[in-house]
Write a protein that binds this ligand. Structure first.
Ligand code: GLN
Length: 193
């Protein structure tokens, strides 16, 4: 059983994640407060704007309890801005922007520049048969990763899907296509950890 899967619902594309998970028969919970967080067994951090989410995490009083749950091995899945929030260090972040150091990667915000700030491509993903069509929107780039990080997909040379322990991150938006196989990877991960 995958338990209750929380979706951080402060800002961004949380409804799309929730719809995918519900479509797969999962029990979900939108998380906006520490009380919501206490009800979940794992958490999805959606795409959106990581500077805004960082600010709202602090003002809602969620940042510190979520940091404590992550330090206590809460399984988490971060997409795009969610990946930035889970990284160890942010390049081109705002000076007051915070992150959880859940996975040993450094992320550079808006790394693909304004001209090509959104693009779509087919990825080969470890553990998935056939290509996965991936949508990138003002995507971050993984500019460093530590030895414990498992690389599950690359686009050209860039790491775009990675896992370390109970933490999965994607620099793209798997919730925006009608292919739930990356969410399935996360749910399979929940059975393991
Ligand atoms: N560029 C955004 C940020 O820095 C992320 C974009 C996204 O989540 N689609 O938070």
């Amino acid at each position: 059983m995958s338990g209750v899967i929380g979706v951080l619902a402060l800002q961004g594309a949380f409804e799309a994640h929730e719809a995918v998970l519900r479509g797969m028969g999962c029990q979900t919970q939108q998380v906006r407060t520490p009380d919501d967080l206490a009800k979940v067994d794992s958490l999805v951090l959606p795409g959106g704007e990581s500077t805004t989410m960082s600010h709202l995490l602090v003002t809602s009083g969620l940042f510190d309890p979520l940091q404590a749950r992550i330090d206590d091995h809460l399984p988490v899945f971060g997409t795009c801005a969610g990946m930035i929030l889970l990284s160890a260090h942010i390049e081109d972040g705002r000076p007051d922007q915070r992150c959880f150091s859940a996975i040993d990667i450094d992320a550079r915000r808006n790394a693909y520049g304004r001209q090509i700030d959104s693009f779509e491509t087919d990825l080969a993903v470890q553990g998935i048969d056939g290509d996965f069509h991936a949508v990138f929107i003002r995507a971050p780039q993984v500019v460093r990763y530590g030895p414990g990080v498992n690389i599950l997909a690359r686009h050209d040379d860039d790491v775009v899907l990675a896992r370390e322990g109970a933490v999965l991150v994607a620099s793209f938006h798997p919730e925006l296509t009608d292919d739930n196989r990356i969410h399935r990877l996360f749910i399979e991960m929940l059975q393991e950890v």
